[in-house]
Design a protein around this ligand. Sequence first.
Ligand code: SF4
Length: 202
Amino acid sequence: MSKKSELSALHLQIRACRQCAAAGYWIVEGAVVRGVHTAQVMTIGQAPGPTEAVVKRPFNAGSGKRLFQWLGEAGFEEGTFRATQYMTAVTKCYPGKGTGGGGDRVPSKEEQALCRPWLDQEIALVNPQLIIPIGRLAIGLFFDARLPLEQIIGRRRERDGRVIIPLPHPSGASTWHQKPANRARVKRAIRLIEKQRKRLGL
Ligand code: SF4
């Protein structure tokens, strides 16, 4: 089976997955997973929000605007990036509304564990050279989750031959972004991503 066919088969399996519903969590509508087998860059978010769950496109709502502004500063055009790279999440299904009744809640540890094998298979199959974990949950897969974002954003690390460059969650509501020192950290991360983009010839 070609890598392309293997990835299509994996996507079908992920979209058909109902493990969380079977485990008693919110009834899932089907997973959001997009990307091609030739991708060299993989973004990993937390989970689809309510908009993404409907349109089946990661980072489609407000936070996507800021994310693609950052990626644009690193030299990635949104349309090309979406068509040629890989965008996934720690959990693939919308986990339901947040405690305030809007947005989305953070997936539980059990949901994260149930979904983890899918992410591991995506990474193994696509074999991205650059992984961009976005937000605390995804960053915690690659960095010590106990560290504050201030000590992580603007850094890079390598694992299994891949470069990992984290970004904070781009939610406009976050006060983290308001602090000049944190904006400078994001700028450093963008420069690191840009450098890696050039190295990959993208
Ligand atoms: S979040 Fe992951 S494990 Fe849970 S139902 Fe969706 S695809 Fe399956």
